[in-house]
Design a protein around this ligand. Structure first.
Ligand code: BES
Ligand code: MN
Ligand code: MN
Length: 456
């Protein structure tokens, strides 16, 4: 391990500069106008993976953005770690709220500011550099397969197809992902769960054209008013979701499990202050960390209709729309919940409007056991880097492919994330700590060495 650590120390400036180069490529998967940039990013990732010592590194085309795959098999008798990450990023909008341009990375006060710095370029690239350090010093203790995709932020549909078609090639003993956060730099934690997702769009149509709101207002239903009524009826006064059957499959946690999770430090005052809110709200009977991790939710992600330009326009619009997402927990099934929503929303629509519901992508929740050899190896590795045993926590975000790895490849995942919730992922001024980047690069080889001894 000494020579691995020495290699990392010697090359740390280059490791940072290489990440900055990657961050300069605007690999936005959601917007077709960036398609060539996404492809260019895949090529850069391929080159870096090959330079790091991975073999058979190739760009695998899909119906959407490509997947980059490479591997290094040292001994087929040894365990195999499948590393997954994503090189695509969220759109940078709203641009005017960034203090520096999203694709011109700057390092300020120890933080790397750029879109994708934490989610997920800065995190998956730690694995490329950790592999480099292990391979170049002759210290790779087991096999590694690395798959970095370009469509995580748009639902990983094509990766799902790729995984099903490449089961042999992807055969491994555990999946290792750095795409989540920890509690704080002095409070390491390991994510042991992710929520699932159902994402839909609804459209409410009233009259067949926009109307003068004085001439017709009061007599004809306003689709925006109706949409607001419908949306607000989806929660009751205890902030429980009112869709019949929504909670049926929810696997409730035991009091002991909730007590265990409550051991993670949480400062509610600091949380509110950081977000600029004077009070919190959510499902009755649960704490804020529980509401944001082990409980399902329904949120409007976008809503539009009518006149939103300068000044005022007295109009009664013909249509109103919203994008709605539901975060799901074990054992809710994304398709089933989407169907419940569609049926319910159509049923509650009053006769004076027509509603159209269009499902988008989804994904299942996932939980990781803490008694596995892989979790123990991760826990030990974190403890060696941070000097403290990491606390297991359940995360609120979603990485849909994790459940698919389990279903299709029979593999459990270790969510070894080094980000912080305050990194502003998906927001303006996304950043990632240089400390976190380096801590990840140092921790990953430690995981490999413990897992090589105890895995399989
Ligand atoms: N890395 C995030 C997920 C995440 C972030 C999990 C922080 C836990 C803590 C991932 O890139 C992401 O943003 N996923 C999407 C889902 C996808 C289908 C668009 C999400 O959670 O909204
Ligand atoms: Mn991510
Ligand atoms: Mn993301």
């Amino acid at each position: 391990m000494a020579s691995v650590d020495a290699h990392i120390e010697t090359h740390k400036d280059r490791f940072l500069n290489e990440l900055l180069d990657l961050l300069r490529i605007p690999s936005v998967s959601a917007d077709p106008k960036y398609k060539a940039e996404v492809a260019r990013c895949a090529e850069a990732v391929q080159r870096r993976m090959a330079e790091a010592g991975l073999e058979k590194v190739e760009i695998c085309p899909t119906a959407g953005h490509p997947i980059v795959y490479g591997e290094k098999i040292v001994d087929p008798g040894k365990p195999t770690v499948l590393v997954y990450g994503h090189y695509d990023v969220q759109p940078p909008d709203p641009l005017e709220l960034w203090d520096s341009p999203p694709f011109e990375p700057v390092v300020k006060d120890g933080l790397i500011y750029a879109r994708g710095s934490a989610d997920d370029k800065g995190q998956f690239y730690m694995h490329v550099k950790a592999v480099e350090a292990m391979v170049k010093t002759g210290n790779l203790p087991c096999n590694v397969k690395m798959m970095i995709e370009g469509e995580e932020e748009v639902g990983s549909t094509n990766l799902g197809i790729f995984v099903k078609a490449n089961k042999q090639r992807l055969a491994a003993d555990v999946v290792l992902i750095s795409d989540t956060s920890m509690i704080a730099n002095d409070t390491p934690s390991i994510n042991t769960g992710l929520r699932g997702l159902s994402y839909l769009e609804v459209e409410v149509t009233g009259p067949n054209r926009d109307l003068h709101s004085g001439v017709y207002g009061g007599a004809v239903a306003n689709p925006i008013n109706v949409l607001c009524d419908l949306i607000s009826s989806l929660h009751d006064k205890d902030r429980r979701i009112t869709i019949p059957g929504f909670y049926d499959a929810v696997r409730d946690l035991s009091d002991a499990e909730r007590k265990e999770l409550a051991k993670a430090p949480f400062d509610e005052k600091a949380y509110m202050k950081d977000l600029g809110v004077d009070a919190l709200m959510g499902e009755k009977g649960y704490t804020a960390p529980e509401r944001a991790s082990i409980r399902p939710t329904l949120d409007v992600n976008g809503i539009w209709g009518g006149y939103i330009g300068e000044g005022a326009k007295t109009v009664l619009p013909s249509k109103a729309s919203a994008k709605i997402s539901m975060r799901l927990v074990p054992d809710q099934k994304s398709d089933a919940i989407t169907q419940l929503f569609v049926d319910h929303f159509k049923k509650i629509a009053p006769p004076y409007v027509k509603v159209k519901v269009t499902p988008h992508h989804g994904g299942e929740a996932a939980v990781t056991p803490t008694d596995s050899a892989a979790y123990q190896a991760a826990s030990k590795a974190m403890e060696e880097t941070f000097g403290k045993k990491p606390i297991p926590t359940r995360g609120g975000g979603s990485i849909p492919i994790v459940a698919l790895f389990e279903k299709e490849l029979g593999l459990k995942t270790i969510l070894l994330g080094f980000g912080l919730d305050s990194d502003n992922i998906h927001s303006p001024n996304e950043h990632y700590g240089v400390f976190n980047y380096m801590a990840g690069i140092r921790t990953i080889p430690k995981f490999f060495s413990h897992y090589a001894e105890t895995g399989k």
